[in-house]
Ligand binder design. Structure first.
Ligand code: C2E
Ligand code: MG
Ligand code: MG
Ligand code: MG
Length: 279
């Protein structure tokens, strides 16, 4: 409307900037309120062994259920939660909630890996190791069924962070490198990282098709991972064709809409029941 009043491009720009920063302030404020009120829940995306189609684990994914704005996806608030450090509180809740659910499943005889995303800000928090220890003790989980998902940028950082990761692994907890291939570190020192699992970013899975060259990167990742005995999970499998290629390339595990979207705990449990019957 400013344009109509005089075509002042600068004002349009300014107007947009102000609008953005107001939106941002509102979101920050709402995020902090929602954390206090507990307006979040976890969905779980099943992860499968590609060769056998058996369920191997689930990934916990946080959902913000805003009373007025509705469901807000993580891509729209995790970054803000990190910048405001609200992620420390939210992440602690996510970890406890995921472990509580995993423990409920353990009690029913469902032993599956529970993967939980952890941000760099959480890992840099001096209390993080203690938080993990306490949650595992309080909830009574088998630590080896918990897997923390970190990204390359987190692990590529300081020796201090790597030390914390080593301590966490000493508890028996597994570490996964999430979104692998999107960072810079990549191949060169992957064998030096304290990790158990590589999750191939879905951008590499996206264009897997009959063209051999599109599979070259995935093939290279798998060949290195097999050599250093890392477990590999392919993210974002959407089509049968991708699954077929991944199986042929020897990828062990995968998740994606082809199998299931992230779903509520109860629905996820159905997969566990089916899985038990087929074993
Ligand atoms: P991520 O950890 O890489 O999680 C996988 C994302 O890919 C999820 O998005 C999932 O819904 C989506 N996805 C799974 N299969 C497919 C598929 O076949 N096709 C497509 N197009 N997408 C698929 P979501 O739930 O929106 O989460 C986005 C990101 O937000 C996550 O990426 C993770 O980085 C972050 N996030 C989610 N929950 C948490 C959390 O509790 N803590 C932290 N720190 N980050 C979280
Ligand atoms: Mg993840
Ligand atoms: Mg990922
Ligand atoms: Mg991610």
């Amino acid at each position: 409307e400013m344009k109509e009043r005089g075509g002042d491009g600068y004002k349009i720009y300014e107007h947009g900037t102000i609008k953005k920063s107001i939106e941002r302030m509102v979101l920050e404020n709402e995020l902090s309120k929602s954390i206090e009120l507990g307006c979040f829940h976890l969905d779980y995306q099943p992860i499968f062994n590609l060769a056998t189609s058996n369920l191997t684990g689930v990934e916990a994914l946080v959902r913000w259920d805003h009373p007025d704005l509705g469901r807000i996806p993580p891509d729209q608030f995790i970054e803000i939660a990190e910048e405001t450090r609200l992620i420390i509180c939210l992440g602690k809740w996510v970890l406890r909630q995921a472990c509580r659910q995993a423990r409920k499943w353990e009690e029913k005889g469902y032993y599956y890996t529970m993967a939980v995303n952890v941000s760099a800000v959480q890992l840099a928090d001096p209390e993080f190791l203690m938080i993990v220890k306490n949650v595992l003790e309080d909830e009574g989980n088998n630590p080896s069924l918990l897997e923390l998902e970190l990204t390359e940028s987190v692990l590529g950082n300081q020796a201090e962070i790597l030390g914390v990761v080593e301590e966490i692994r000493k508890l028996g907890v597994k570490i996964a490198l999430d979104d692998f291939g999107t960072g810079y570190s990549s191949f060169s020192y992957i064998n030096e990282l304290p990790i158990d699992t590589l999750k191939i970013d879905r951008s590499f899975i996206h264009n897997l098709d009959a063209k051999v060259q599109n599979g070259a990167i995935v093939e290279a990742i798998l060949s290195i991972a097999n050599t250093i005995e890392l477990n590999v999970v392919a993210e974002g499998i959407e089509r049968q064709e991708q699954l077929t290629i991944l199986k042929k390339l020897g990828c062990q595990e995968g998740q994606g809409y082809f199998y299931s979207k992230p779903i509520e705990a109860e629905e996820c449990e159905k997969y566990m029941k089916i899985n038990r019957q087929s074993e």
